[in-house]
Design a protein around this ligand. Structure first.
Ligand SMILES: Cc1cc2nc3c(=O)[nH]c(=O)nc-3n(C[C@H](O)[C@H](O)[C@H](O)COP(=O)(O)OP(=O)(O)OC[C@H]3O[C@@H](n4cnc5c(N)ncnc54)[C@H](O)[C@@H]3O)c2cc1C
Length: 373
């Protein structure tokens, strides 16, 4: 290590699930700065089904999921556009927990020694083997930058990342409702141009979160109109909108959601969570991947921060481990999404799965990881 004064060992840009997990782990032993422009708690666009595979990582950080939420999701109900449905047990299961609650729990667990700035990172450069991080208001130096800025940020543009060169056709919408549905069930309902997830969260509300193509959405006046004219074509969603009462004045919506390949390391920066790759939401695995990738990254850069090995070796090790953990489920997610958005293929697929019910849990397993210890 050189002897130039450096402000921090690690700077983490972005305090969603990935950034908060990394801040919790690395903040125990190193000088860490976490930068995010928002306050906590806050709602975030997400289906809020958390796969149980990361339960132990969270427990190690002091978050006991069964205590944090009563919603243990064990079953999946899936329906096609015309309302044909199939049910299956979820092999590993998961938890219904809002991002409002989970992100805040993780935020409160961060070690007091971690510096936290409410700001936006706008540029990251490497000079003489140290990083210079520019925010809107300040400038910091560090030995390693971790980028956890989510689906798309100004930093992706500044780094000229491949995926920001293309427009993405996807948009997401989310709102919480008062509605009566089984506590242990997550539902996935297909509609023309997208699909919607329904499940309960810790306070008893139901989260409706959907992904739709901009192409299908743009013909309608607004979200209410789209819900009424398109989502409600599916009888399960029609019943939902007839009986559910929104808890918020208006839903959260974001556009330009990209599922393109991304790199896990770029310009010496470690990417975690959605910054490294976003799995199709129908797999319900993005939150777990964000938490797991942060744990992998933290483990991989440890030897570098302790001066036991070079940065290059750490970065190579992280890239290797990231691919090993997530590449195959991302591939399965892409394949499933294609199938899902083709009504004929969905109908045929449903027929096959109805005849061979053991297929569905197998497909679900391929989009998830094993329990992480
Ligand atoms: C429609 C939809 C439904 C989904 N449903 C599910 C589901 O049911 N289950 C599941 O597991 N996953 C689901 N996902 C995926 C899941 O939401 C994401 O994978 C997860 O949020 C990734 O967490 P993250 O920490 O990488 O990013 P985020 O949670 O997006 O956090 C990124 C953070 O970076 C901050 N930031 C951005 N730019 C900057 C900057 N320049 N400087 C500093 N900070 C910055 C933001 O403020 C934010 O706090 C869904 C995704 C979509 C689109």
């Amino acid at each position: 290590m050189n002897n130039i004064a450096i402000d921090f060992d690690v700077i983490i840009a972005g305090g969603g699930l990935a950034g908060l997990t990394a801040a919790n782990i690395l903040g125990r032993d190193f000088k860490v700065l976490l930068i995010d422009p928002d306050d906590y708690p806050r709602h975030k666009l997400c289906g809020e089904y958390l796969s149980a595979e990361v339960e132990n990582i969270l427990l190690d950080l002091g978050i006991n999921l069964p205590k944090a939420t009563d919603v243990k999701l064990k079953k999946l109900l899936f329906s096609t556009q015309n309302g044909n449905k199939i049910q299956a047990d979820l092999p590993l299961g998961g938890y219904g927990i809002s991002r409002f609650h989970l992100d805040h729990l993780l935020f409160k667990k961060i070690d007091q020694s971690v510096a936290i700035k409410k700001d936006k990172v706008v540029e990251v450069n490497m000079k003489l083997s140290q990083f210079v991080v520019l925010t809107k208001h300040e400038k910091f130096t560090c030995r390693q930058v971790i980028m956890a800025t989510g689906k798309r940020s100004v930093l992706d543009k500044n780094l000229s990342r491949e995926f920001v060169q293309h427009k993405s056709p996807w948009l997401g919408v989310k709102c919480h409702y008062e509605f009566d549905m089984p506590l242990d069930q997550v539902e996935l309902h297909n509609f023309n141009g997208g699909y919607a997830g329904l499940s309960k969260v810790e306070n008893g509300n139901v989260n409706l979160c959907y992904l739709a193509t901009f192409e299908s959405f743009k013909k309608y006046k607004d979200i209410d109109d789209f819900n009424r004219e398109v989502l409600s074509q599916n009888p399960h969603l029609k019943l939902f909108f007839q009986n559910a009462r929104p808890c918020w004045e208006k839903p959260i919506a974001i556009s330009q959601i990209s599922f393109d390949n991304k790199s896990a390391v770029q310009n010496g920066i470690i990417m975690i969570g959605d910054t490294a790759g976003l799995i199709h939401p129908l797999c319900g695995n993005g939150m777990a991947m964000a938490i797991h990738s942060a744990a992998i990254a933290s483990k991989c850069i440890l030897p570098f921060l302790k001066d036991e090995t070079s940065r290059e070796d750490c970065l190579k090790g992280y890239e290797r481990e990231w691919k090993l953990a997530f590449n195959s489920r991302l591939r399965t997610g892409r394949w499933l999404q294609k199938l899902f958005l083709n009504p004929t293929a969905t109908k045929v697929g449903l027929g096959i799965v109805k005849n061979i019910p053991s297929l569905l849990p197998l497909i679900i397993e391929r989009t998830h990881g094993k329990v992480v210890y």
